[in-house]
Design a protein around this ligand. Sequence first.
Ligand SMILES: [Zn+2]
Length: 190
Amino acid sequence: MDKPKLNLVIDTVNSRPWKGIVWHHSASPDTSASDWPGIVHYHTSYRIDFEIVTQEEFERRLANNDGKVFQKPWRDVGYNGGTEWVGYKVVFNWGRPLSEIGAHSGVKSCSNQFNEFYLGFCAIGDFDKEPPKPEHWDFNLQLTRAFMDAFQIPASHVIGHREVFDRLGVPRQKSCPGNSWDMDLFRGEL
Ligand SMILES: [Zn+2]
């Protein structure tokens, strides 16, 4: 069977020196959107406790200390790209330029190295209960391989968001990219 071909032009000249890749899924509090445009909108909006609010509400509630997590609009989506089903096929959407530090793997009071040196990709879906469908899984593998080739990234530097916490030596705060997405299996197939 022919696999979907990924026609990607990766500009390595105007890129940061990427050393790895972090995979995410969209079903987490920090990305409560069901498609790529929704995630872009979410990251570039005012947010309180992971809900989009108007600027007026944001400023009023911030002044009243009414909320826990206050986030101003980011200048761009936090991920470098994402994969999702559109109709009957999986597609790749570019996100934050490769020349910029990402906003996807920050951990409070820890090194920001996984935003600085690891690309962030988001697969749209909830993979806590079941893994990505075979076509989506294969597409994510192809995408990963393309970036590994472009930046000489070893498979050991392809991790899931939850493994960021392991590598920083702190307890896991997320299951991302989903408990059913087996990262050892994924790495083994790269
Ligand atoms: Zn994540």
